[in-house]
Every structure is written in C-alpha cells, then in structure tokens.
Design a protein around this ligand. Structure first.
Ligand SMILES: [Zn+2]
Ligand SMILES: [Zn+2]
Length: 150
C-alpha cells in the first residue's frame, strides 16, 4: 500500500491528494510550457482523473493545442499557481504540474519532449530519452512510461 501524494498551490487555498502509486513524470520544453510555467520547461505528472481529490476551487483557462484538442488549465484563482491540465483528447487522464507536489524528491523526468525548443543552458542527462518534438500519439506514449498513472 502506498501513501497518498499531496500538493497544492503557493498560497494554500487549493490543496490536492493523489491516491495510489507514484505516477510517471516527464518534462516538456515547448514554448507553451515555457509560458505556462513562466520558466524554462514544464514538469508533467499524468494520473487517472479518479485518483485526484481537490480541496478548494480552481479557476480555468482553455487553449487549443497544436493537435486540435482543447486543453483546460486549472489554477488557483488567488495566487495563480498552475495545478493541472486536462485534455479533451484523453478525458480519463489529467496532468498535474510536478512542482505543485509537497514532496518533489521523486519528481525526476523520465523523458524530455520538445528539446528542439529547449533553453541552451539546460543540460540533460544523456541516459534520459529525448524527443525533438513530441510523440505522434501522446496518449499511447504516456501509457508506455514507467510508473502508475492509472
Ligand atoms: Zn493559491
Ligand atoms: Zn509543452
């Protein structure tokens, strides 16, 4: 039995719990993720929607992804911390932002997407797989990652 993973926004108005085992983690260096994180890359932690329990209200903003899917982005209405994303393409799964977990010691990406847009000073572990852009079928690719998203 694994302990629940907890997290929340910067101000504490929104808290969340993820039940079950540790999900996979990957990084994305695309421009959207740089904007979204207001940093160099985003850390994505995909989990099944029914594993997530939220306390507090999130606000949302939607954008159209390059593939034509709608991404709904959830964030704290008070402090603005981005907490998780959901895609119309895979409604059974959400993607939590890695830095939002309380314990981030296990948050290490097992793959890097969009390294063609990576900041040149970000040095990657040569043992971690990279993609110039992203896999054609992102859903199927995520199914193959190590970890327990279901
Ligand atoms: Zn907040
Ligand atoms: Zn991205």
């Amino acid at each position: 039995m694994s302990e629940a993973l907890t997290g929340g926004c910067q101000c504490g108005a929104v808290r969340f719990t993820v039940s079950g085992g540790r999900p996979p983690v990957y990084a994305c260096h695309c421009r959207e993720c740089q904007k979204q994180s207001a940093s160099a890359f985003a850390l994505s932690v995909p989990v099944a929607r029914d594993r997530l329990t939220i306390e507090g209200e999130t606000a949302t903003w939607q954008r159209l992804s390059a593939s034509g899917a709608t991404t709904t982005c959830h964030f704290c209405p008070r402090c603005g911390t981005r907490l998780y994303h959901e895609s119309s393409r895979s409604p059974e799964r959400i993607t939590i932002k890695g830095g939002a977990f309380d314990d981030t010691s296990w948050i290490a990406p097992q793959a890097h997407l969009w390294v063609s847009r990576k900041q040149p000073w970000v040095m990657l572990d040569p043992d971690v797989p990279t993609h110039d852009t992203q896999p054609e079928d992102l859903s199927a690719w995520r199914d193959g990652l190590v970890g327990d998203w279901r």
